[in-house]
Design a protein around this ligand. Structure first.
Ligand code: NAD
Length: 479
């Protein structure tokens, strides 16, 4: 028996106020993507389990909404402290089931803790406002109330952070929440939820796994659920948005991206390349905010290809458990085939490929740079969601903006330049929800994160993220 099977166990679900096994006839295998090893079989929620989750969340909401904001904050902060104490264990589970290097898994755990901490503090600042009254002896108030029980769907690429955004916002606002975690990465999220749940009234936070279409169908159609939040792919987002619309439920959708990077000739090229190689290949490129389309001013294009290729080929690719690893496998053999196929189809259309090294066993995809990519190549029109970057030269900023905006996604974007004029122009005209200029920070707990166009709508994090879990009520009273 290897060390991974010794340390990994598929978790039960947190359902109806206790940890219990799912009663669905089906189970879902969980594999280590670094070597394909079966880590365990995950129990899934049956229809009865989902009904129990719904009844529990309704009851828990009636209680939690009455808990004063200061108390909600204190409870969440104690949960965050426990989460930080358990970083090493949770990060190891995350690396085993998802593949990212341990250093990235630790950073993800820290980011999840920061997110919940920020929302906990924000619970005490849900102010509402007083509007000047029109009549004597009267008052006009705008009050904020928790929207109600939340159904949250979170994916496998950043299972801790993307669940934490939803859990932190909902609980801080006074909502109860049912989280459907990704079946591919159950144990790390369960370990995080366990840390938080110890400080919460039973049933306020529930964690389930299931057959995704069954879970969303039952939860979104239930009158108990008042708010839906989903991070994942565009087709699933469209489907869930349709169901939410039919039942007039509020929904927040974060549906991925295809981030453009504009690199101008006046920038410090080596600095830009160092930052972007690090950012591009984080989590083997499986990040919605990953830089994917590099538009480089023609006079430095050749130097860019050389510098990017060299930095990329120096990456140490291997099992995330090894401390020297800088890039791990992609999350599954399904993702491996999808990314390789995307690269092959783009090369067949004329893109030139430069690749790094990757192990042969396991779900690895070698870091890849595609140069001179034709504008209709699949790697530019489909979200790559893997360790592949595309590069194209441009002559004028107008041309770069045109190519960058000619894409259905609009989540993150990046710009490298020393020109204030270019910064102004790009910040006004690039069609994205988050823009980093001369850096890579597009997502922090205190600022909104969300997309435009096919990247979805609504924001998570920041006061906008909190607002997503609140209803507004105008009250006008005369003495
Ligand atoms: P997918 O569409 O099969 O699944 C994405 C997520 O949605 C998974 O967590 C899955 O469990 C869930 N899901 C699927 N059907 C569902 C349903 N009917 N109801 C509720 N949840 C459902 O995609 P995938 O193959 O797992 O991932 C590949 C693509 O997904 C990527 O190319 C990327 O576009 C997108 N993705 C985006 C993000 C992001 O951060 N925005 C995260 C993960 C995946």
């Amino acid at each position: 028996m290897s060390t991974t099977t010794l340390t990994y166990e598929c978790p039960p679900m947190l359902l109806g106020g206790e940890w219990r096994s799912g009663r669905h006839a089906q189970r879902s295998p969980v594999r280590n993507p670094a070597n394909g090893e079966l880590l365990g079989e995950l129990g899934l929620a049956s229809t009865d389990d989902l009904q129990l989750a719904l009844q529990t969340t309704q009851k828990a909401f009636e209680h939690w909404r009455q808990v004063p904001a200061h108390d909600r904050c204190a409870r969440l902060e104690r949960g965050v402290a426990r989460l930080r104490e358990n970083t090493e264990r949770i990060a190891t589970l995350l690396t085993l089931e998802q593949g990212k290097p341990l250093a990235e898994a630790r950073a993800e755990c820290a980011m999840a803790a920061d997110l919940i901490k920020w929302y906990a503090e924000e619970a005490r600042r849900v102010y509402g406002r007083v509007v000047p009254a029109r009549l004597p002896n009267s008052r006009m108030d705008v009050l904020k109330f928790p929207v109600g029980p939340v159904a949250a769907f979170s994916p496998w690429n950043f299972p801790l952070v993307l669940s934490a955004r939803k859990i932190g916002g909902a609980l801080a606002a006074g909502c109860s929440i049912i989280v459907k975690g990704a079946e591919e990465t159950p144990a790390s999220v369960a370990a995080m939820v366990e840390c938080l749940n110890q400080e919460l009234p039973a049933g306020v936070l529930q964690l389930i796994y299931g057959v995704p279409s069954e879970v969303s169908e039952i939860l979104i159609r239930s009158p108990i659920i008042r708010k839906v939040t989903f991070t994942g792919s565009v087709p699933v987002g469209r489907h869930l948005a349709g169901m939410a619309a039919q039942h007039l439920k509020r929904i927040t959708l974060e549906l991925g991206g295809h981030a453009p990077v504009i690199i101008c000739g006046d920038t410090d090229l080596q600095r830009a390349v160092n930052l972007m190689v690090q950012h591009k290949f984080r989590n083997a490129g499986q990040a919605c905010l990953a830089p994917t389309r590099f538009y480089v001013e023609k006079r430095i294009y050749g130097d860019f290809l050389d510098a990017f290729g060299a930095a990329m080929q120096a990456l140490r690719v291997g099992s995330g458990i090894e401390s020297s690893t800088q890039m791990g496998p992609v999350a599954s053999t399904r993702r491996q085939s999808a990314v390789r196929d995307l690269i092959e189809r783009s090369v067949a259309m004329g893109a030139r490929s430069v690749t790094g090294l990757a192990p042969e066993q396991g779900s690895f995809v070698a870091p890849t740079l595609l140069a001179d990519v034709p504008l209709n190549a699949p790697v530019l029109t489909e979200e790559p969601f893997g360790p592949v970057a595309s590069a194209m030269p441009y002559e004028t900023l107008e041309q770069a903006l045109g190519m960058a905006n000619n894409n259905p996604y609009g989540l993150a974007g990046y710009l490298f330049t020393d020109s204030a004029k270019t910064i102004l122009s790009v910040s006004e005209r690039l069609e994205v929800g988050s823009l980093a200029i001369n850096g890579m920070g597009v997502s922090v707990p205190e600022a909104p994160f969300g997309g435009v166009k096919d990247s979805g709508y609504g924001s998570e994090s920041g006061i906008e993220g909190m607002e997503a879990f609140l209803d507004t009520k105008f009250t006008h009273y005369v003495a």
